[in-house]
Design a protein around this ligand. Structure first.
Ligand code: NI
Length: 179
């Protein structure tokens, strides 16, 4: 396993639409996921998408089963490896909440997302995943899956008066992406 470099906003590789994974349970796929898990853990990420390490495939990981130190107010999210995800909003209700991104280090914004979603896809072995989520869990899934269609959260911001540096917005928050 290797901690990989995380691409930053401005890199054109973050703007691509990723193709679906076609072969599950391969050594290459397991190696990719292992690198993603190690990379996300090294920076306390809430999630990570393969395009963020320059791999243009529909692979996202999120959650850890524990409270994330970068988002201490938010509930834990189950540790998940999700391939070829499909998201469906369950109703029209939106939520607005703070987001950061490992590809946009040191910043946060209030971002509108669907409140409740159903998401489906596959795990590394190709077994089906089908869940509903709301709140922060729903937000994280939408954020990570956006990376698979070339969307970074600043592209979703509507109110730019609530977009700024983490160190200013949340003084004292231990956010080691403030590099
Ligand atoms: Ni992100």
């Amino acid at each position: 396993m290797t901690v990989r470099e995380i691409l930053k906003m401005g890199d054109a590789r973050l703007l691509r639409t990723a193709p679906a994974v076609e072969a599950f349970d391969t050594p290459e796929l397991h190696a990719l996921v292992a690198d993603m898990l190690e990379t996300m853990a090294a920076v306390n990420g809430a999630g990570l998408a393969a395009p963020q390490i320059g791999v243009n495939l529909q692979v996202v990981i999120f959650g850890s089963g524990a409270v994330n130190p970068r988002y201490p107010q938010e509930p834990p999210i189950p540790a998940t490896i999700l391939l070829n995800p499909v998201i469906t909003p369950l109703d029209d209700e939106e939520q607005v909440g703070w987001e950061g991104c490992l590809s946009v280090p040191g910043m946060r914004a209030m971002v509108p997302r669907w409140q409740r979603i159903r998401y489906s896809g596959f795990d590394v072995q190709g077994r089906a995943i089908d869940r509903t989520a709301d709140g922060f869990h729903s937000r994280v899934v939408q954020h990570e899956c956006d990376h698979l269609i070339g969307k970074l959260y600043p592209m979703r911001v509507r109110d730019f008066s609530q977009f700024g540096f983490t160190s200013v917005l949340f003084p004292g928050l231990d956010d080691n992406t403030d590099d």
